[in-house]
Design a protein around this ligand. Structure first.
Ligand SMILES: Cc1cc2nc3c(=O)[nH]c(=O)nc-3n(C[C@H](O)[C@H](O)[C@H](O)COP(=O)(O)O)c2cc1C
Length: 206
């Protein structure tokens, strides 16, 4: 099994979302001890914005240069295609995703490559596979104590679904900006949910 870990926090390996993703990856590895891990760290802004030729290619089937963003896109799509499981770790930034994650999406969601435009709408071309989203947020965005709208998880579900990825499981540590024991309590609650989820999968998901 091949795991692709896309990590998006500018705080890198010290980040809350990264910590949560490591817990998820550890569970995946327990299920599949021979799993290999490929890391794609986006947090420091490693992917540039899409360029002009790429933008032109999305609006028409005109021939454009296959260098620049097209080459980056192809590399990122192949990396995703070769993964059996995708883990995305991300903070919530301004009610949605960090710009670095949006840039990755702009490169992997590509017309006539990872989705086709049909009369009945956009249809993904990727085969489905498990996707885990590990999210950290300073406040709460779900549940009865939500303090803000959530433009992060509905968007990720919609955009990944558009390219064919529907098997999405979300774990989040919310309220990292809280004082006292609140963060520790949130971590424990998320860990318990996650352990319960993986226990329910049973064995043999190689
Ligand atoms: C630019 C920026 C915007 C943020 N916007 C939000 C927000 O809209 N909602 C929220 O709950 N937390 C927000 N936060 C707080 C982070 O989500 C929080 O610190 C989170 O735990 C960071 O996760 P990380 O350690 O994985 O980077 C923001 C943080 C930054 C740096």
């Amino acid at each position: 099994m091949r795991i692709l870990h896309v990590s998006c926090s500018p705080r890198g390996r010290t980040s809350e979302s990264y910590r949560l993703s490591q817990r998820i990856i550890s569970q995946l590895r327990q299920k599949s001890p021979n799993a290999t891990l490929v890391g794609r760290a986006l947090g420091e802004g490693t992917i540039p914005p899409i360029d002009k030729d790429y933008a032109i290619s999305q609006g028409s089937s005109a021939d454009v240069s296959q260098g620049g963003s097209m080459a980056t896109s192809e590399e990122l799509i192949r990396e995703l295609e070769s993964a059996d499981v995708l883990v995305v770790s991300t903070p919530m930034h301004n009610l949605t995703m960090p710009a670095t994650l949006k840039l990755w999406i702009d490169h992997i969601v590509r017309a006539r490559r990872t989705f086709n435009i049909t009369q009945s709408g956009k249809v993904g071309t990727l085969h489905d596979r498990p996707v885990f989203l590990a999210i950290a947020s300073g406040g709460r965005f779900s549940g009865e104590h939500a303090q803000q709208p959530d433009f992060l998880t509905p968007y990720l579900i919609a955009i990944l679904g558009m390219i064919g990825l529907h098997d999405i499981t979300i774990f989040s540590v919310q309220g990292t900006g809280s004082h006292g024991d609140a963060l520790a309590t949130a971590r424990i609650a998320t860990d318990q949910l996650m352990l319960k989820y993986f226990a329910s999968l049973g064995r043999g998901t190689s």
